[in-house]
Design a protein around this ligand. Structure first.
Ligand code: 13P
Ligand code: SF4
Length: 306
């Protein structure tokens, strides 16, 4: 462990702080964290921790979700400017207008949303429980689903529901190249394709496994008979995959034009800003009390239905 990582661990002990990190974080952040998980696991872990301080190494909506679940704890985010293009694609006032046009619909929102959007929502979902939760909703009730159109379209295809979809998406998952995927499939014909449901339908049609970061990782761990996998999600997940399966080759599928498949927001957290944030206890995340009161209900409903 390097010097900064040691300081971080020492500060956690002194302050009874827990570091949570998403799988898309830089490898050195995942290695220093107490807990690494997908969006659902981060929310579940936040709801049951007895630490006094939660440091969320992820993007802003993840820290907000932790704060809504733990209003009495101090929630810090090392990179407060770390947003999310998907969360930004749905503003609360626009969702309110959509809802007003469809007053009889159930509103299902992906966890990648602001607290204000969650406050207008009936049930929150993540990529690991969206299918399961939508299947539990009454069949005679129409649904508004947002903001990820690709995830919503995938659920519609899997369930036969005709949810109305918000036209939003993640800029990282939108740019994976089908041509590059097909070329890699030809090169590695025995490698299963692991894809995140935020990818376009043109990518998902080639996938052997579609799931959250945790589900993709679990599949690789449970199938040691495969010596290679093609991975179509943000490349941060490769760190944990490679650690869990050191003899397996994980091949990241590139973006259109050979571009990068990293989320710049997820990479904003560094060992330096994590250490400084813990040391100074700054970048505290707050959520307006009125909004938090309404936002906690759909999150708790999600945790119950997961
Ligand atoms: P999961 O880790 O829940 O699959 O989420 C992916 C994601 O886009 C997080 O921003
Ligand atoms: Fe948001 Fe996409 Fe980055 Fe996830 S990968 S945090 S959905 S922009």
């Amino acid at each position: 462990m390097n010097n900064i990582a040691e300081q971080i661990r020492q500060l956690c002990k002194e302050k009874n702080a827990i570091i949570m990190a998403h799988y898309y974080q830089r490898p050195e952040i995942q290695d220093v964290a107490d807990f690494v998980g997908d969006s659902l696991a981060l929310a579940q872990q936040a709801s049951k921790t007895d630490a006094d301080i939660i440091v969320m190494c992820g993007v802003h909506f993840m820290a907000e979700t932790a704060k809504i679940l733990c209003p009495d704890k101090k929630v810090l985010i090392p990179a407060p400017e770390a947003g999310c293009s998907l969360a930004d694609s749905c503003k609360a006032e626009d969702l309110a207008a959509w809802k007003a046009m469809h007053p009889d619909h159930i509103v299902v929102s992906y966890v990648n949303t602001s607290a204000a959007v969650k406050a207008l929502t009936d049930v929150v979902v993540t990529s690991s429980n969206a299918l399961k939760i939508v299947k539990q909703l009454p069949e005679d009730k129409p649904i508004l689903f947002g903001p990820d159109q690709n995830l919503g379209g995938y659920i519609n295809r899997m369930t036969g529901r005709k949810m109305d979809l918000w036209n939003g998406g993640c800029h990282v998952h939108a740019r994976f190249s089908e041509d590059a995927l097909l070329a890699l499939k030809a090169e590695y014909p025995n490698a299963p394709v692991l894809a995140h449901p935020e990818c376009k339908a043109s990518i998902l049609q080639h996938a052997d496994v579609i799931g959250s970061t945790q589900a993709l990782l679990n599949y690789a761990k449970a199938h040691p008979e495969h010596k290679s996998f093609l991975v179509v999600t943000e490349s941060g997940i490769l760190h944990e995959m490679q650690k869990a399966c050191p003899d397996v080759e994980f091949i990241p599928v590139p973006a259109e034009g050979g571009g990068c498949n990293e989320c710049e927001y997820m990479r904003m957290c560094t060992l330096q800003n994590l250490r400084n944030c813990l040391l100074n206890e700054n970048n505290e995340v707050t959520v307006n009390e009125e909004i938090a009161k309404d936002a906690i209900r759909p999150i708790q409903r999600m945790l119950e239905m997961s």
